[in-house]
Design a protein around this ligand. Sequence first.
Ligand SMILES: [Ca+2]
Length: 531
Amino acid sequence: MHTNGVFRVAFRSMILAFSLNLLVHAGATAATCESLVKFKGTVPGTTVSSATLVPQGSKLGPAETDADAPNVGAIDVSFCRVVAVIPRAINVEVWLPLPDDWNGKLQGVGNGGMNGTISYAALSAGVKRRYATVSSDLGHSSGSFDARWAAGDPGAVVDWGHRATHEMTVAARGIAEAFYGKAPRLSYFTGCSGGGRQGLMEAQRYPGDYDGIVAGDPTSPFTRLVAGGRLWGMLATLSEPAAYIPASKVPLIAKAVIDACDAIDGIRDGILNEPRSCRFEPDTLLCAGADAATCLTAAQAKALKKIYRGSFNSKGEQVFPGLVPGGEDGPRGWAGRIIGRTPLEATQLVYADSFFKYMVFNDPQWNFRTFDYDRDVPITDRKLAAIINATDPNLSAFRTRGAKLIQYHGWSDSGVSPLSSINYYEQVLSSTGSLERTQEFYRLFMVPGMQHCANGPGPNEFDALGALERWVEGGIAPKTIVASHKTRGVVDRTRPLCPYPAVAHWSGRGSTDEAANFTCVDSAEIPRKKP
Ligand SMILES: [Ca+2]
């Protein structure tokens, strides 16, 4: 926080205004912001290390924000910033809008990857919507691709796996109640990627915590994702030097996919509306002679096929589904994640390598090339699946109490196969008994042309939390969620997202870049066009 003179003056006047505010509006049981340092918490052992008023218009500096959000920008509302620690070492921040501004609700926000970083951008977004908002570092300090914190510390794995998100929720509810003099009337959770995993974990393991959950592009089958998705892709391209696909060939692959499949959905727009209908054949890119920039070697084409096919053990059992065609190029595409600047620098190799070295085998010398899908997948699952995977399809406790779940997944996600979300949804559907019964509380929105949580040619900005609020508070289930795509800040395409298994279908009239010209229909009803 800034501590210059201007800030201190503003700060003092805010304290005064704020104290008066409390006297007038908040009732006898409410506390001042500063007095929350004495709050003992609803989670035993919790200590509040600071509680300070942050005036409207403040900016949090880069040192206090995570790598994904170097500066959260000016925040348009004053709030009480509570910094607390929950045993053993879960660092929590709760941002509380002033009583007059508060919408009466709590929002828990998620993290990413294996990180131990408070999510400042999400906290900022939460208070901007007037939520009391809470984020934790999940009990350790690290970046997204770093699991060194887990070595020899099973308690830290439990905290990261599920405990920290639950405890931060309980603690934040208590802190909000102390501050406002009343408990939040509703609680929501929002998160993407690792945050999506946390959201599904909450619905499965702590169904009483949240009335509504948004879970995006979840890493929920975590052991399988890392072994069968991320490591599998790296073993495919690094199996022999000739199999490595240079980043310069990614646009070539992406163009071949679009040429083969873009028109299947009836619109040539660079988006595959339902990539499962795309039968892209990597061998069509094979070099006729020597390796060249315009073609793939046989080893490269073989690696590409492995990535799309997904991982299997020697018995032919699938470990994790493959990527679908369509997300190869672009900011969150394959170049950084799967290819890397050099063969060993791809981010998903760094991620998988750290996971196996420190969370699974506790061996810094472990070599990723030794991974055996018959031997090591069961070892990994036995050690960790019950703690860190959010794959239980039984959501009956969550459903019975009337809570709602919106899940979304980018069809062009190269970090987590979108088929993983569909597989889980279909398992819940089997558990619940019918699509209708499932859609009463849980809807999955596949996002054509969106990469991992953002980016891509498809409309990828949408207000899932707003749709969830209308569902929980107004009883209006989301039939569609309108998404927009921006180029340099200007909206140039909108589309409805549809509850799976429905897909958006163009009426045949009007612009294909306007959501109003689309309806959600059962995919079986759409006449298929040959490209
Ligand atoms: Ca298309």
